[in-house]
Unconditional design. Structure first.
Length: 165
């Protein structure tokens, strides 16, 4: 077990809010790219607007396009968290709040583990379990993946950040 304390609910949610802003920005860029691809498919004649007002209306009315876009946006969010968790144990929001996710043995998460952890978080709802598990402060995603979220000192947080160079 680590010498650092585990993070409680408020710090986890605050960090998640920071990260949500970044994920929303990535989602917007992804959506723009997706709209471009659909527009390209329209130009090639693979789809037609039919009676739809615009490309967005076409996407909403076409299950293949609608679910493809949804899956793509989920993939972007999952990859965002998994990339940072496997690289340093800290997302941008976690860095701001001096949090770090790691395995209970102190190692960084593997890609499959980080992907599973991201999905098990259930869009942050998994953190509610921290309010019940007051002693261990483990969220649903921590229990599923055998991880922990720690509060680092300012010095340790700087070491993690500096190690990324």
């Amino acid at each position: 077990m680590s010498t650092f304390p585990r993070a409680g609910f408020i710090r986890r949610v605050a960090s998640l809010i920071y990260d949500a802003l970044v994920v929303i920005a990535f989602a917007m860029l992804t959506t723009i790219a997706f709209l471009g691809v659909v527009q390209g498919m329209l130009s090639l004649g693979w789809y037609s607007l039919g009676g739809h007002e615009d490309v967005s209306a076409l996407i909403q009315a076409t299950p293949a396009l609608y679910y493809s876009r949804s899956a793509l946006l989920i993939l972007v969010a999952v990859l965002f968290f998994a990339y940072f968790w496997t690289k340093s144990g800290q997302t941008i929001g976690m860095r701001a709040w001096r949090l770090k996710v790691q395995n209970t043995d102190g190692t960084l998460l593997s890609w499959p583990q980080a992907i599973l952890r991201s999905l098990a978080a259930l869009l942050g709802v998994g953190n509610l379990l921290v309010l019940i598990d007051v002693k261990q402060k483990r969220a649903l995603q921590d229990l599923v993946c055998q991880t922990e979220v720690l509060i680092l000192t300012k010095e340790e947080n700087k070491k993690v950040y500096d190690s990324l160079d």
